[in-house]
Ligand binder design. Structure first.
Ligand SMILES: *Cc1c(COP(=O)(O)O)cnc(C)c1O
Length: 379
């Protein structure tokens, strides 16, 4: 067996049906949605249909969706936009210590500009305590940001409660839902989200496209200037093929979500049960109950995670430590530190994330191979 992809949280393959839906929008229906001729009208129609599909999927109105280039842009837009539009109201933002870099770094940037940032700690399972959110809010607070599910350890946050607290205090609530939309049911209203980011390439659509939900009435200045696309909230010629792909991907998730949750959580539970039985010195990271259906995350004592990934790669298995280490510099993950892991455990991390094309045989193959690898890598 080879070419086993177990890194769906990093990115997913494009579903062939998504590619099929996108295909006409490159060479034939290539119009600019701002043009008033027939080509333009066709593009506009595709754009607005896609907007309806994506909005409906998260229980939103079409005019509450801004199409953009993905999760990173949505999170940057939300954090900088809210901070700017509410700067006369206060200069304090509250985030969780598990936020993706695309929330955490804009917050750190604002901090250097004079904002105060509270980064909330989490439990050993990676859960934010809603009471702590409540206690951290002051009359200066202009934004609360807590991600729906963490991309490394897969912990799903109690957002309904946090959303309620933010709503009571009239503070915009940003939810990074990049890891959950398409994988578990997500309704913006039920979560109490005022802003919610999602990304196409995490749900079997193309890369470089996504959407930001902005609840009606929430003020958000445009992030890109230079055109009045997306109702003046995001300039630049619309990526029609991209949004058509995103909408098709969403429609497929809508169809498949219940059965995928079932099959993936069964494989996940097999990994979570079997790996500690077959291997000594292992810790399961994340929550046992509040967990993404496709995520299993472990730490192995006295194992170098990078070397483990290389061994897996040589055996044809693609997995991850959980955090992309772009610089190549070996820094243990912020998230694993936040849940209280010592560096020793954090260095031995392994994230297995499954998806639409993961099979039981692939999971069994990993279960077979892993004990030998760990044994030969142990120091
Ligand atoms: C992947 C990811 C992002 C970034 O999304 P892109 O579309 O790749 O920019 C943001 N947040 C989370 C939780 C992610 O997993």
């Amino acid at each position: 067996m080879s070419n086993i992809y177990l890194d769906y949280a990093s990115t997913t393959p494009v579903d062939p049906l998504v590619l099929e839906a996108m295909r006409p929008y490159f060479c034939e229906q290539f119009g600019n949605a701002s043009s008033s001729h027939a080509f333009g009208r066709e593009a506009r129609k595709a754009l607005e249909e896609a907007r309806e599909t994506v909005a409906r999927f998260i229980g939103a109105q079409p005019e509450e969706m801004i199409f953009n280039s993905g999760g990173t842009e949505g999170n940057n837009h939300a954090v900088f936009g809210v901070a700017r539009s509410l700067c006369d109201r206060g200069k304090h933002i509250v985030i969780s210590s598990l936020e993706h870099h695309s929330v955490e770094e804009p917050a750190a940037y604002l901090e250097r500009e004079g904002c105060r940032v509270t980064s909330l700690g989490v439990s050993a399972e990676g859960l934010v305590d809603p009471q702590e959110v409540k206690d951290s809010i002051t009359d200066q607070t202009v934004l609360v940001a807590v991600m729906h599910a963490n991309n490394e350890i897969g912990t799903i946050q109690p957002l309904e409660e946090i959303g309620k607290i933010a709503r009571e205090k009239n503070i915009p609530f940003l939810v990074d839902a990049v890891q959950t939309v398409g994988h578990i049911p997500v309704k913006a209203d039920a979560l109490g989200a005022d802003l919610l980011s999602l990304s196409s390439h995490k749900l079997y659509g193309p890369k470089g496209v996504g959407a930001l939900y902005v609840r009606k009435g929430v003020k958000l200045p445009s992030f890109l200037l230079g055109g009045d696309q997306e109702r003046g909230r995001r300039a630049s010629t619309e990526n029609i093929a991209g949004v058509v792909g995103l909408a098709k991907a969403v429609a497929l998730c809508d169809q498949n979500i219940a059965s995928e949750i079932k099959t993936q959580s069964r494989m996940r539970d097999k990994l979570l049960d079997e790996i500690p039985k077959r291997i000594d010195g292992v810790k399961i990271n994340g929550s046992h109950t509040q967990r993404l259906p496709n995520n299993a995350h472990f730490s192995f004592a006295k194992v170098d995670g990078e070397s483990l990934l290389m061994s897996l790669d040589m055996a044809g298995i693609a997995a991850s430590m959980g955090s992309a280490c772009a610089s190549g510099a070996m820094e243990p993950s912020r998230v694993l530190r936040a849940i209280g892991l010592s560096d020793d455990w954090a260095y031995g991390a392994l994230r297995i994330t499954m998806g639409r094309w993961t099979t039981e045989e692939q999971v069994d193959y990993l279960l077979e191979q892993l004990p030998f690898m760990i044994k030969s890598l142990r120091i």
